[in-house]
Design a protein around this ligand. Structure first.
Ligand SMILES: NC(=O)c1ccc[n+]([C@@H]2O[C@H](COP(=O)([O-])OP(=O)(O)OC[C@H]3O[C@@H](n4cnc5c(N)ncnc54)[C@H](OP(=O)(O)O)[C@@H]3O)[C@@H](O)[C@H]2O)c1
Length: 329
């Protein structure tokens, strides 16, 4: 009898361990034999975490990879790592500050001058726990995570539309499953967020904005060979995940280790759904949708308000208007 109980216990433990490893620590893996020589990918925030891992995978497949972030020294180091890991020398690092609309404008000008093509735009860069309001009057995290990528995508659209006459273009917006906590109105994000709960909520609002942006962008790109996807990459080991929070040190360090060991994936696994949405043939039928673990996922109600999608779009146009070109998406 005891032996039978023991066997059941071992069996259940084994199933749970398997589930934990496959579903939580790794997630789905995307496999492809595709080669990407002649294709260009731009990855914002490609110098660390999810973005760097995605850059390595694209480089391994033979694509020309451009990473764009604020810290040029970190980007140069990341570029060397991407080259070393992939054996592909077609990797470039550019300066881009998504919080600064002038920086976005000059980045696009430089990009347009230097690059003939853009096949994949991966809006990956993101921030959490940054304080204060930007010049546009919106909270800085909202500017970095939503308004900046919104403007960048707009300014690159001319190139992408031209490109799409020859080759398809895909835009992947890296969101997060945290979006479910992100209900917001546009006045709310004009105020600062102080304290752990407010900061997490603010981040969630911006990740919800990524989903609304993707849905609205898809509607406005009908008739073009350009598709777009919102992705949750999975909870991932990046830098110090709590570094931005004001938790006491004695909680931060063990909390950090415990969360990493139990729940967070290596960045290589976070790249999988981004690759899937960029490369898979089937996925183009589902443009505008939200993906997780290499599969489409039904959105929660908070992300299904069509009217709010349009309102957010118009507010984003108003906030970036001075920098937008005449040809709106
Ligand atoms: N890690 C997770 O568990 C997780 C889960 C769900 C979703 N995500 C999403 O995945 C994306 C990447 O996150 P991560 O965990 O890889 O973060 P990370 O390691 O902290 O990397 C953030 C990247 O964004 C860049 N960045 C930050 N502010 C920027 C700005 N103003 N302008 C341009 N680039 C800027 C950073 O480079 P510089 O500092 O050089 O600018 C860095 O390359 C984010 O959108 C995040 O919301 C992450």
């Amino acid at each position: 009898m005891l032996q039978k109980k023991y066997a059941i216990f071992v069996f259940i433990s084994f199933i749970m361990l398997y589930y934990w490893k496959k579903r939580i620590k790794q997630g789905a893996k995307y496999k492809t034999k595709m080669r990407l020589e002649g294709k260009t990918v731009l990855i914002t925030g490609g110098n660390s975490g999810v973005g760097k891992s995605t850059a390595i995978e694209f480089a391994k497949l033979g694509a020309k990879v451009i990473i764009a972030s604020r810290n040029v020294q970190k980007s140069r180091k990341a570029k060397m790592e991407i080259i070393a890991e992939s054996g592909n020398f077609d990797v470039f690092a550019m300066h881009l500050d998504l919080e600064n609309f002038e920086s976005i404008t000059s980045f696009v000008k430089e990009f347009d001058d230097q690059q003939e093509y853009l096949h994949y735009l991966i809006n990956n860069a993101g921030a959490v726990g940054v304080h204060g309001l930007s010049e546009s009057g919106y909270h800085r995290v909202f500017v970095i995570n939503h308004l900046g990528p919104f403007l960048l995508t707009h300014l690159l659209m001319k190139k992408m539309k031209k490109q799409s006459l020859k080759d398809p273009v895909r835009i992947v917006n890296v969101s997060s499953n945290m979006y479910i906590f992100g209900k917001f109105n546009l006045e709310d994000i004009r105020t600062d967020a102080i304290g752990l709960i407010s900061e997490v909520r603010r981040y969630a609002q911006t990740k919800l904005a990524n989903i609304y942006f993707t849905r609205e962008l898809n509607k406005r790109l009908q008739g073009f060979n350009i598709t777009t996807y919102a992705v949750h990459p999975g909870s991932t080991i990046t830098t110090d995940i709590w570094s931005w929070s004001n938790l006491p040190y004695f909680l931060k360090v063990p909390g950090n280790h415990l969360v990493r060991i139990l729940f967070l994936r290596e960045p290589i696994y976070a790249a999988q759904t981004i690759l899937y949405c960029s490369l898979d043939d089937e996925v183009t039928r589902m443009s505008g949708e939200y993906f997780k673990d290499c599969a489409r996922e039904e959105l929660w109600e908070v992300a299904k308000d069509e009217a709010f999608g349009e309102t957010l779009w118009e507010a984003s146009v108003a906030a970036t208007e001075k920098y937008l070109t005449r040809e709106l998406i």
